[in-house]
Design a binder for this molecule. Structure first.
Ligand code: MG
Length: 365
């Protein structure tokens, strides 16, 4: 392409959004900011499309629809947190746009529908683990892939078995040892629900069965994930924990951006550790697997119940350990439904009201 790629950034004021603007700004010959959405904070940017507000508000949704379906728009970066990202992602895909997806909830809720809309070209993952797997799969035959191994830092509590998870504060949960991210995904990293969601995300992105996707704890967050092939070979993608790299990979594909992040020196690679996940202390991955295996509205219930419970924890309404138990109760009570968009959205609302009405949501102390 001779002209710069026109990029729309949905969720430009969040952590991924701001880093995406940074990648765009540093590569003006390749990328042009075509449009953006911002919430409470301001980006002080100028672009042909500028949408202020929150997804779900009618005026916001109408303007975003116009932006992502505009014939001049080439690529849409989806970085609106949570379930609200689903509708604009589907609009962009229906309009035939390339989509770089940071919001894993979109695939967790409606992976089958979304991947069908994406068709042959697929979706460009921005999530660091999925970017790693994507890069490992470039040039490989899918039939030669045996297993995906998604790495997890373990969050702030994995290495502290003495810690009572009922007593963990919001501040402790938001203090991630490796990655700087938004509050929702940081809490999800602490509960390990982030890995549960990422297994479902990988299942849809790469079309592998759930039992061919495993999780391992890798506290250094240097190996971003691995692929095992039928001949026994393992391929991994490594680098510093810096989201500007997966963002650059997604924006520049199939090219690579020189100097996207500082190179990793070999000396930084010493002392890499890998551990099995303790699923008794952190049951989120098991819950996610079970929800995905049941299919229909179950993954949407997992996701929505988790979003509500994380918000309740951040608001001081429930203890940290109450997040995963709220999700488990919601999944246990959900009567089940099919997998149309309407049914998925109904499952999402059902889970939100269920969690909010549950006695599990109680004031702390
Ligand atoms: Mg991730």
């Amino acid at each position: 392409m001779t002209r710069p790629i026109n990029i729309a950034v949905l969720g430009a004021t969040g952590s991924i959004g701001r880093q995406t603007l940074d990648v765009i700004d540093r590569n003006p010959a390749r990328f042009k900011l075509f449009g953006l959405t911002e919430g409470v904070r301001s980006t002080n940017r100028e672009a042909p499309y500028f949408v202020h507000g929150q997804a779900g508000e009618p005026e916001f949704d109408t303007k975003v629809e116009a932006m992502v379906t505009d014939p001049r728009c080439d690529l849409v970066v989806v970085a609106i947190p949570g379930a609200r990202a689903l509708s604009p992602t589907m609009s962009a895909l229906r309009a035939g746009k390339e989509v770089a997806l940071a919001t894993k909830e979109v695939l967790v809720m409606a992976g089958a529908l979304v991947m069908k809309l994406a068709g042959e070209k697929g979706i460009r993952p921005v999530d660091s683990e999925h970017s790693a797997i994507w890069q490992c799969l470039w040039g490989e035959e899918r039939a030669n892939v045996r297993r995906l191994i998604v790495t997890a830092s373990g969050g702030p509590f994995w290495a502290r078995p003495e810690l009572d998870l009922d007593q963990v504060t919001v501040e402790q949960a938001l203090n991630h040892p490796r990655w700087s991210m938004g509050p929702k995904v940081t809490v999800d990293s602490a509960t390990l629900m982030n890995k549960g969601l990422e297994i479902i995300e990988a299942h849809h992105l790469f079309g592998l069965p759930l039992d061919a996707i495993s999780v391992c704890i890798h506290p250094q967050s240097v190996v971003h994930s691995l692929v095992e092939f039928v001949d026994g070979s393992l391929k991994a993608q490594l680098g510093r924990p810096d989201m500007r790299l997966p963002i650059a990979v997604a924006l520049a594909y199939p090219d690579r951006l020189p100097g996207a992040v500082p190179p990793t020196s070999i000396s930084e690679l010493s002392g890499l550790e890998f551990h099995d996940l303790d699923e008794t202390r952190f049951p989120s991955v098991r819950l996610a697997r079970e929800a995905a295996a049941k299919g229909g509205g179950h993954p949407a219930v997992l996701n929505a119940a988790n979003e509500e419970a994380v918000n309740a924890f951040l608001a001081g309404e429930i203890p940290f350990s109450g997040i995963v138990s709220a999700v488990e109760r919601a999944l246990g009570a959900f009567p089940g439904c099919g997998g149309t968009l309407e049914e998925i959205l109904q499952a999402d609302s059902w889970a939100r009201s269920y969690v909010r009405q549950q006695d599990g949501i109680r004031p702390v102390g």
